[in-house]
Design a protein around this ligand. Structure first.
Ligand code: RIB
Length: 300
């Protein structure tokens, strides 16, 4: 069983479904409203836990109802919440509008922005025992950098999902074992042209596994050759959290080698979009294996 430490955000997702996105200044009737547990960090933690990893979450929520609910959800999923602290600000929220298979998201970080380097140090025993330390960028950059430094000190692989997209410093890149952007995040993180991703992945000194929507994912093999791991075709209900599922799965399956880890992460990401909510469709290990067996039978 892989041991994964996730450093990241915990949000309550407020999801509105609508037939069309509103224009500036326009008021529309939506068709449905629901709340779902979310936040890139919490989503990745839940994805890894459902797939059988032993997961510790390092995060921060507010002293409010959402914070309590989010901690309870993580605990129910088997995630260790001993290092989820309580800040002064409100629990982070994401306002998500879904329409015709697309989404638009505004995140209000709240307590997520209180996650500090000291919180990382308090969890150093968990980092020392981890197989993978996984972070995103919805918590302060300085805290992520500190986590990367601690992972390096303990000789642990550090995975960075550079979302939301920002330019990454040389130091953070040097400390990163695996960078997991989408196409846009890769261009922003490394300040490279959007269309040049194939060359960028093949030549990058930091290893990259880039997600590419339904098309699957790309990474470079040990000789620097670009490898395409195709995606799986499913009926999409809600694509929120597909990338997070990919990341959690990649960490959970990293011990199987990059090719198999990416194949399984693609499958987990595909299954995640078949139900509502970022965490709603994330598969268990048994569901993932059943899906992969069905795919293998269908391709014979
Ligand atoms: O990646 C999806 C997540 O991004 C949502 O759950 C939302 O909380 C935002 O953080």
């Amino acid at each position: 069983m892989a041991r994964v430490v996730v450093v990241g955000s915990i949000n309550m997702d407020m999801v509105v479904t609508t037939d069309t996105f509103p224009r500036l200044g326009e008021t529309l009737f939506g068709t449905h409203f629901s709340t779902h547990p979310g936040g890139k960090g919490a989503n990745q933690a839940v994805a890894a836990a459902r797939l059988g990893a032993e997961v510790t979450m390092i995060g921060c929520v507010g002293a409010d109802a959402f914070g309590g609910e989010m901690k309870a959800t993580l605990a129910r999923e088997g995630v260790d919440i001993a290092h989820v602290s309580t800040g002064r600000e409100a629990t982070g929220i994401a306002s998500i509008t879904l329409s015709g298979g697309d989404n638009a998201i505004i995140v209000v970080p709240g307590a997520n922005h209180e996650l500090s380097p000291e919180d990382i140090d308090r969890a150093s025993a968990a980092i020392a025992q981890a197989d993978v330390v996984l972070a995103q960028l919805e918590v302060p950059y300085a805290t992520v950098l500190h986590a990367a430094r601690r992972a390096r000190e303990h000789g642990k692989p550090f995975f960075l999902n550079p979302a939301p997209a920002v330019e990454l410093s040389g130091e953070l890149l040097e400390l990163t074992t695996l960078l997991t952007p989408n196409e846009h995040e890769l261009a922003t993180a490394l300040q490279t042209p959007e269309g040049a991703w194939g060359e960028v992945i093949a030549r990058s000194p930091v290893r990259i596994a880039m997600t590419h929507g339904k098309d699957g994912a790309y990474y470079a093999d040990a000789n620097g050759a670009l490898v395409h791991q195709p995606g799986f075709t499913v009926e999409a209900v809600d694509t929120t959290g597909a990338g997070d599922t990919f990341n959690g799965a990649l960490a959970a399956f990293w011990h199987l080698g990059i090719g198999e880890a990416v194949r399984r992460a693609n499958a987990a990401g595909a299954l995640s979009v078949t139900r509502a909510g970022a965490q709603g469709g994330m598969p268990t290990l048994a569901e993932l294996e059943a899906f992969l067996n069905t795919q293998a039978r269908d391709s014979q």
